[in-house]
Write a protein that binds this ligand. Structure first.
Ligand SMILES: [Cu+2]
Length: 263
């Protein structure tokens, strides 16, 4: 029984290692400037945790075989070794705290630091079950909004057109275009419940929380069309809440924007 169990543990460990090392089902290619540093951090964490996982499973299999019941001899065991417990708890804590500090650096650059000057501002307002995207228009200023003006048919963010700055704002639903190689400053809001703005190739995921304006920034370095998924279970048709991010060369982006002006 002991041998069979050790074998099963060995096979599960081997299968898991093959799945990760073979990368049969892996991330989409990173398209943001910060993407490679997120991937590096992920690989570092995965490698360290992977080594710990293999060592722990090998030790488990070894102990199962070494101290198993043989014939009339009972399986032997011991417990409580404060020295060992302190040792492995300290090592685990040191590894986790170091990884957390390293990861925090990349995360903070995107979430806590102010967006670089000149970044293009885009407001993303999540709601059940669409993404409302707003651009400030030619004046570069977001106009005033009022909740009582919200109307899902033609004014999803509640633009107040008595404010001149609101008259040229451009609002689209589920279609977000951005220029490539330019800093983008996203102001993330929610109208109803918590949603999560997730574009896997950007390596960017951030909750949208009602009542908060959350600032994130990034720069896409490859053009293409990518999916904006909602990564927070937000209601019955959460799975249908998907938008598209179009990363365009600057002239095409300007054209895209112009086509939507005065609509
Ligand atoms: Cu959602």
């Amino acid at each position: 029984m002991g041998l069979a169990l050790a074998l099963v543990i060995g096979l599960i460990t081997l299968g898991t290692v093959i799945l990760f090392v073979g990368r049969f089902w892996w991330f989409p290619e990173a398209i943001s400037e910060h993407g490679p540093s997120i991937d590096r951090q992920f690989m570092l964490t995965l490698t360290i945790i992977g080594i710990a996982f293999v060592l722990a499973q090998a030790a488990l299999a070894f102990f199962i075989v070494r101290y198993r019941r043989r014939g009339e001899q009972r399986a032997s065991y011991w417990h409580e070794s404060p020295r060992l417990e302190v040792l492995w708890t300290t090592i685990t804590a040191a590894v986790f705290i170091t990884l957390a500090i390293l990861g925090q650096r990349v995360w903070a650059q995107l979430h806590l630091n102010a967006p670089p000057p000149g970044a293009l501002q885009v407001e993303v307002t999540a709601q059940q079950f669409v993404w409302n995207i707003r651009y400030p228009g030619p004046d570069g200023k977001f106009g005033r909004t009022r909740t009582e003006l919200i109307n899902d048919v033609d004014n999803p963010v509640g633009l107040d057109f008595t404010d001149p700055a609101a008259q040229d704002d451009i609002v689209t639903v589920n279609q977000m275009a951005i220029p490539v190689n330019r800093d983008i400053h996203v102001i993330l809001r929610s109208k109803d419940v918590i949603h999560s703005f997730w574009v896997p190739p950007l390596r960017m995921k951030q909750d949208a929380v009602p009542g908060l304006a959350i600032n994130i920034h990034f720069k896409a370095v490859k053009t293409g069309q990518f999916e904006i998924a909602c990564a927070e279970l937000c209601g019955l048709t959460h799975h249908r809440m998907r938008g598209f991010l179009l990363v365009l060369p600057e002239p095409e982006f300007q054209k895209w924007l112009q086509q939507r002006t005065n609509l």
